[in-house]
Design a protein around this ligand. Sequence first.
Ligand code: NAD
Length: 319
Amino acid sequence: MPTPSIKLSSGYDMPIVGFGLWKVNNDTCADQVYEAIKAGYRLFDGACDYGNEVESGQGVARAIKEGIVKREDLFIVSKLWNSFHDGDRVEPICRKQLADWGVDYFDLYIVHFPISLKYVDPSVRYPPSWDSEDGKLELGKATIQETWTAMESLVDKSLARSIGISNFSAQLLMDLLRYARVRPSTLQIEHHPYLTQTRLVNYAQKEGIAITAYSSFGPLSFIELNVKHAEKTPPLFGHATITTIAKKYGKTPAQVLLRWATQRNVAVIPKSNDPSRLAQNLDVVGFDLEAGELEAISSLDQGIRFNDPHSYDLPVTIF
Ligand code: NAD
């Protein structure tokens, strides 16, 4: 069964389940993307910062070459890194990322963070991560309006079909909507039962902006990064509220967490290297939770955020 999609304000359809490419190792990435396409995934959530766009593109190329999919069957997402926010840096870096993927347009190109960092020449270090060429975190000078205007020109030039934002607060989004000529199609945010961000989700959806959830399993993704409070937070997979619902429907806790999002029209982008998990993460639209169950999961909210740029040495917190 093809994955249901969300109609974006750009007019394009975005699959509600995709495959996230963060922390996918370079040596296995091409195979993982290829296997995911074979398993039925059509959306791939990549980024300059993940450092694996060349390998992701190799996986796509193999699947296309073997006739498993055509380019137009896929929904390829990439992100503008913080060091490329200056208006004149956006198009060149987008073109480099397209070349890395081996495609001539992105289905969706997202401003990764609302943070402008000093430019780093790709020939010096790529991906640049959070530090400047001098090895220090240095803020850049671009306003979000300058960056967004350059993002809009990517749509004009057919380099991106839709454009979006990530890690934006409601205030920044309100401001952006005042001047946007091309509205953001999506807002990608950390979203799991410990951080539901309900008001932000409702506001964006009311504005016709689709929400994509990242880190749907809460602390799990951040334990391997040694984020201290992730280790101390009770895992969602073992939480009684989740396991009870999972048992009732004969699904795994992971599937319940993903269905809690997709049933509220929130897209999800989990990743796995394991064939059975790959399949189960895609199989998260064929059952419905009761309203009381959705509420019980939402009531686990504690406002716990795991992906905070402060932990990457940004001296302030942006959320
Ligand atoms: P994830 O959803 O990939 O899950 C984290 C862990 O869960 C992984 O270690 C994985 O092995 C495991 N897992 C996956 N499926 C499972 C299953 N069915 N059962 C048990 N374990 C399972 O988390 P993530 O990487 O934090 O987020 C997903 C994607 O979101 C990323 O790959 C990336 O594309 C995107 N992302 C974006 C931002 C951003 O700032 N915009 C930040 C973080 C992540």
